[in-house]
Each structure stands twice: as C-alpha cells, then as structure tokens.
Design a protein around this ligand. Structure first.
Ligand SMILES: NC(=O)c1ccc[n+]([C@@H]2O[C@H](COP(=O)([O-])OP(=O)(O)OC[C@H]3O[C@@H](n4cnc5c(N)ncnc54)[C@H](O)[C@@H]3O)[C@@H](O)[C@H]2O)c1
Length: 254
C-alpha cells in the first residue's frame, strides 16, 4: 500500500515545514524527489537527509513566481508523476492594511507560483498518460479568518484552480486535489508569530493552538501522510476534492 516506487515527485517549497515532511515521506516510499526551492541551501539540507536515509533527491533552485525559471526546471526534470504545489508565504492584514505591494507579493508566490508549476507540469503528465497533483490550500479558503485578507484570497484561488485542473484533465488521467490545513507547527508559523507579534510569542502560540477544537496545532508529518495517500495509486478514484486537515476547525468550532 502507498508505494511510490520509481515515481518522480516535485515538491515546491520542499526545504522546510510541510514540504520537507512530504519530501522525506515520499522518498521513504520510493519516490525520486525534486525539490523546487527558493532557498537552495534549505533544499540541499533536505536532499542530504533523503540521501542519508537511502533515497534519491535533486534540488532545483527556483522562485515559483518566475515562469521561465519554473518551466526550465520542469524541462530539466523531464518526467513528473507527482506535483505538490506547496510553496507559500503568509500575510496578516485586513483589506485596509494590505498594501498593493503586500497583495502583489502574496499573489505572485501563492497564486502565480502554483499556476506556473501547473502550467509546466500538466503537459508532461499528459504526455506520460497521467499524474497526481496536490495543491496546498488552507482553511482560509473556506472560512472567514480575521486579518487574513490577501492570504485568504490566495488560498481561495488555490481551491478554485484545483477544481478547474481536476475537471479539465479527467480524460488525461491527471488527478488534482487540495489539502486545507488549519495551523500546522512549522517554521512558517514561528516566523509569522515572530514577525507580527514580537514580544507576545508564547501568548499567540497558545492562542493559535487553542483555535483548533482538538486543542493543538497539526504536525507536518500529519499533512505528509494525507498527501501520500492522495498521491498513491490507492487514491485513484479521488479527484477534484479538498481535504480539511484542521483539528475540527471548520466543522466543530461552535
Ligand atoms: N503552517 C501552517 O499552519 C499552514 C496552514 C495552512 C496552509 N499552509 C500552507 O502550507 C504551505 C507550506 O507551509 P509551511 O508552514 O511548511 O511553510 P515554511 O515557511 O516552513 O516553508 C515554505 C517553503 O517554501 C519556500 N518558498 C517560499 N517562497 C518560495 C518561492 N517563491 N519559490 C520557491 N520556494 C519558495 C521557502 O523557502 C520554504 O522552504 C504554504 O503554502 C502554506 O500557505 C501552512
């Protein structure tokens, strides 16, 4: 069950947090990993962990928002059985406190970055006769969160792109699903708390933990386990679906 032996898997933002956990698990299940990372150093560190565990990983240093660089990276990779569109950045603000530059930056990485990778990967998957795609959305795509205007915009777009791609490529054998985590404890969360709530780190960490009815944040490995299932042949009947991984955030926050 859940073997990825011989499959080529591209994980964007695979150098940290959720992407790192997905890359490590997919490699353990036999996939050949391609880490598309802004930080070559972070990518190399994860590739070294994979190699140490007996797996295979390649690092492609690229900014997902730059289409020419993304297309070149996918051409170099050549075969793509699995794409995990995971690279993303955070932003805190209402519509009034979100500047044009903030909005543009979140759009470029979270929305255009995912589009660029889909644009580059889908033709390769089509030519091969199929593939599996996971887009990392968020609960922000489904509920109104305080102070997450630009971020919610970006994750709503991820959710809609998932449906569109799933619909357009049914006949091509390409499955496309999304995962919508609530708070997962990663460097993304630590960095976001440090940047936006300096001096109140412990208070905000406790508050973010308690906002999941289950009483804690998720773990990157828990997201990786769901991603593995969705990318495996055992999930061959699943496409166009979003999976909340949220400790009850969406349905049980009463
Ligand atoms: N951590 C959470 O609570 C949480 C919750 C819901 C959704 N998500 C989503 O999960 C994804 C991963 O989050 P994380 O917490 O693991 O983040 P993280 O900050 O720990 O890791 C993100 C990785 O993406 C890379 N990256 C950033 N911009 C890039 C770019 N332009 N091109 C290529 N690589 C780039 C970074 O170098 C980093 O290695 C994001 O899309 C995020 O929105 C996270």
């Amino acid at each position: 069950m859940f073997s990825l032996t011989g499959k080529h898997a591209v994980v964007t933002g695979g150098g940290s947090g959720i992407g790192r956990a997905i890359a490590l698990l997919f490699a353990r299940q036999g996939a050949i990993l391609h880490l598309l990372e802004l930080s070559a150093e972070a990518g190399q560190a994860v590739a070294a962990e994979i190699a140490q565990a007996g797996g295979l990983a390649h690092v492609h240093a690229a900014d997902v928002s730059q289409q020419a660089a993304v297309v070149a990276a996918f051409q170099a990779i050549g075969r793509v059985d699995i794409l995990v569109n995971n690279a993303g950045i955070a932003h805190v603000g209402t519509v009034e406190t979100t500047s044009e530059a903030d909005f543009e930056r979140v759009y470029q990485v979270n929305v255009k970055g995912a589009y660029n990778c889909l644009f580059a990967a889908v033709p390769l998957m089509k030519a091969q006769g199929g593939g599996a795609i996971i887009n990392m959305a968020s609960i922000a795509a489904h509920v109104g969160l305080t102070d997450r205007f630009a971020y919610s915009m970006s994750k709503g777009a991820i959710f809609a792109m998932t449906l569109s791609v799933a619909r357009d490529y049914l006949a091509a054998g390409i499955r496309c699903n999304s995962i919508s985590p609530a708070r997962v404890h990663t460097p993304f969360v630590d960095g976001f708390i440090a940047k936006n709530y300096a001096g109140r780190e412990d208070e905000i960490f406790a508050k973010l933990s308690a906002s999941q009815p289950i009483g804690r944040m998720g773990q990157p490995d828990e997201v990786a386990a769901l991603a593995l299932f969705l990318c495996s042949d055992q999930a061959g009947f699943i496409t166009g679906c979003d999976y909340p991984l949220d400790g009850g955030f969406i349905k049980l926050n009463t």
